[in-house]
Design a binder for this molecule. Structure first.
Ligand SMILES: [Zn+2]
Ligand SMILES: [Zn+2]
Length: 213
């Protein structure tokens, strides 16, 4: 029997999602649905690393004989092969969806977990991919792991999940299918609870995010 998982921005999300939100910010609220516990831990660790790199790139460069300006990614793969960690790919970059599951794959996955209810809409932000690569080939493939697009997606690329669809690629609310939201800084509406309002003309979608654990 298919397990129903509620993984939405705002109220009613799972404990893992809430943890991801509170520990590592919105970008880390990634595609945890259907992962094993080990996979979730690995994914969260990967994003914690990414969050660290964003906040303070120099913090982890203190040891060793490597110049501080050279990132771990550049040391392992060569500066010419990868982008600097601070230069993340945007969703419109040609490599943004390299090795990503296709929107058709994501729709099949959606149906696997949502056996009832209406057909979903394709997410306006990620176009059905559920996220995009931030850095291609940021990590080496683990020893003994076969070199396939699936494994490269899982292990090699630093990627971000889409916050608008929580990584599903599909949404049930039509407002999330017609606007790639750009939320404001948020208004506090209670203890640890903030409302974020989309600033795009004609949208005004509001989501509530609880930052407590
Ligand atoms: Zn999306
Ligand atoms: Zn919007």
């Amino acid at each position: 029997m298919a397990k129903t998982v509620n993984f939405r921005v705002g109220r009613g999300r799972t404990r893992e999602a809430r943890k991801a939100f509170s520990s590592h910010g919105l970008l880390a609220a990634m595609d945890l649905v259907g992962m094993t516990d080990d996979e979730k831990r690995a994914a969260l660790a990967k994003h914690a690393h990414a969050a660290g790199a964003q906040q303070d790139p120099s913090a982890k460069e203190s040891a060793g004989d490597v110049p501080p300006s050279q990132s771990r990614v550049e040391r392992e793969h060569g500066a010419e092969q990868v982008q600097h960690e601070s230069q993340y790919l945007t969703a419109d970059h040609p490599d943004a969806y390299v090795d990503f599951p296709t929107p058709a794959d994501k729709l099949a996955r959606w149906r696997q977990y949502h056996t009832m209810g209406p057909e979903p809409f394709i997410c306006a932000r990620c176009k059905g991919y559920g996220g995009h690569n931030l850095v291609v080939n940021a990590y080496p493939l683990p020893a003994g792991v076969e070199d396939t697009p699936e494994n490269r997606h899982k292990y090699c690329h630093l990627s971000s999940s889409c916050m608008q669809c929580a990584g599903w690629g599909y949404v049930t609310d039509r407002r999330d299918a017609v606007c790639a939201h750009e939320f404001d800084q948020g208004t506090s509406v209670g203890h640890c609870l903030k409302d974020y309002t989309c600033q795009k003309p004609g949208c005004g979608r509001v989501i509530a995010i609880d930052s407590s654990d």
